[in-house]
Design a protein around this ligand. Structure first.
Ligand code: NDP
Length: 331
C-alpha cells in the first residue's frame, strides 16, 4: 500500500546564507519496501553544519545534494514494514534518509539504535555522530597530562561534548561561544575553567586573557579568526584537531595569516572525518553513555517540531540559535 508522506527538497543552491526559498516542502507517496529495504517513519531528524556544504555545487568529501530531490541527513525512526529479515516492524533504527517523514531505507545502511539507557534521540547527538566526533577529535589530539585544551563552538553539539570529555580527562578547558548565555552554560553547568563570548573583542585577546600561559590543544569547530588566535596561543608541540570551520560555511574565510608559526612551534594540524573512525563507536558509547546517565556529562538540545520547520532550523543553527544539538521532532 502506498504511504503518503512529506519531504524537504533542495529548490535552489544558496548564495551565502540559505533562505527559506532554497527549500521546498513536497507531498508524495512511497511504495512498500522491496527486498532488502525498510519503510521507516522517522521520529527525529538531525540538522548539521556539513549540510550547508552539500548544498553547494561542489564535491567535498561527500557528493552535493541534488536539486529537486529530498535532502539527506541523520534520522531515527520506527520500521513500519520490512523487506529484510534483520528488521521487524516496530524496530527503531538510525538511518541517513532524513528531511522526510517516511523513507524507504536500504536495510544494509540502517542501524539498530543503542543508547544504553539514555534517550534514543541521543543517537543523533551526544551518543551519535556529533558525540563521536568530539571523542575522535580528542583521541587524535593525543592528549597529554597537563594539556590546556581550547574548544571553539563549545556550546554546540560537538563542542559541548569535546569540552566535557576533556574536563573528564583532567584537563584545563577553555571554551568560546557566541552569547553570554552560552558562556554561562559553559562555566556554570559544564564546569569549564574559563569561557568567553567571541563577539566581545578580538579572539586572540580574549583567548590570551582566558589562557595567559597558552594552550596545548585546540579543538577547532570554527576556523577563521579562531584558528588564527589558537595558532598564536599554541605552546611548543601543540596539536590542533581540525574538525570544522563553520565561520566560513556561508561565506568562505581566508586561512590563518600566522600559519608560519606552526613551523617553529612544531605544531600538528590534523584534519579528520568522523566516518573514518567507526571503530571508536563502541568504546565511545560504552565510556560516555554511563556518564550521561549518571549526570556527569550534561546534554543540551534545541528542538523544533515539524518537518516544515527543518529549513529554518538549519538557517538558525548556522546563525547560532542552537545550544547543544539541533534536532527536529517529526512525530
Ligand atoms: P553546533 O551544534 O556547534 O552548531 C553550530 C554552531 O556554530 C552555532 O550554534 C554557532 O554557535 C556556531 N557558529 C556559527 N557561525 C559561527 C561563526 N562565524 N563563528 C563561530 N561560531 C559560529 O554544530 P555541530 O556541533 O554539529 O558542529 C560543530 C563543528 O563540527 C562544525 O564545524 C561541523 O562542520 C564540524 N563537524 C565535523 C565533523 C567531522 O567529521 N570532522 C563531524 C561533525 C561536525 P555560537 O553561538 O557559539 O556562534
Amino acid at each position: 500500500m502506498a504511504q503518503p508522506t512529506r519531504e524537504i527538497h533542495l529548490a535552489a543552491r544558496p548564495e551565502g546564507e540559505p533562505k527559506p526559498s532554497d527549500f521546498r516542502l513536497v507531498e508524495t507517496e512511497l511504495p512498500g519496501p522491496g527486498p532488502g529495504e525498510l519503510l521507516v517513519r522517522s521520529t527525529w531528524m538531525s540538522v548539521d553544519p556539513y549540510m550547508r556544504g552539500r548544498m553547494n555545487d561542489a564535491r567535498s568529501y561527500v557528493e552535493p545534494f541534488r536539486l529537486d530531490a529530498p535532502l539527506e541527513g541523520g534520522a531515527i525512526g520506527e520500521v513500519l514494514a520490512s523487506g529484510d529479515e534483520r528488521f521487524s516492524p516496530g524496530d527503531v533504527v538510525r538511518h541517513f534518509a532524513g528531511w522526510r517523514e517516511h523513507a524507504i531505507v536500504d536495510a544494509g545502511s540502517a542501524e539498530p539504535v543503542e543508547t544504553l539507557g539514555a534517550p534514543q534521540r541521543y543517537a543523533l547527538g551526544a551518543l551519535g555522530m556529533p558525540g563521536l566526533t568530539a571523542y575522535t577529535g580528542l583521541h587524535l589530539a593525543e592528549l597529554r597530562e597537563g594539556d590546556v585544551v581550547f574548544v571553539s563552538g563549545a556550546a554546540g553539539a560537538v563542542g559541548s561534548m569535546a569540552a566535557q570529555l576533556a574536563k573528564l580527562r583532567g584537563h584545563t578547558v577553555i571554551g568560546s561561544a557566541g552569547s553570554p548565555a552560552k558562556v554561562a552554560l559553559l562555566r556554570d553547568e559544564l564546569g569549564l575553567d574559563a569561557a568567553f563570548d567571541y563577539h566581545g573583542g578580538r579572539v586572540a585577546d580574549l583567548l590570551a586573557a582566558a589562557a595567559p600561559d597558552g594552550i596545548d590543544v585546540y579543538f577547532d569547530n570554527v576556523g577563521g579568526e579562531h584558528l588564527e588566535a589558537a595558532i598564536g596561543a599554541m605552546r611548543l608541540r601543540g596539536r590542533i584537531s581540525m574538525c570544522g570551520s563553520i565561520a566560513g560555511y556561508n561565506t568562505p574565510q581566508p586561512g590563518p595569516r600566522n600559519i608560519g608559526l606552526s613551523v617553529g612551534k612544531r605544531l600538528t594540524l590534523r584534519g579528520f572525518i568522523v566516518g573514518d573512525h567507526a571503530d571508536l563507536q563502541l568504546p565511545f558509547v560504552r565510556e560516555v553513555a554511563p556518564r550521561i546517565n549518571d549526570g556527569t556529562i550534561v546534554v543540551r538540545e534545541t528542538v523544533v517540531e515539524g518537518l516544515e520547520q527543518a529549513p529554518q532550523a538549519l538557517i538558525d543553527m548556522l546563525r547560532g540559535a542552537n545550544t547543544g544539538k539541533m534536532l527536529v521532532k517529526l512525530a
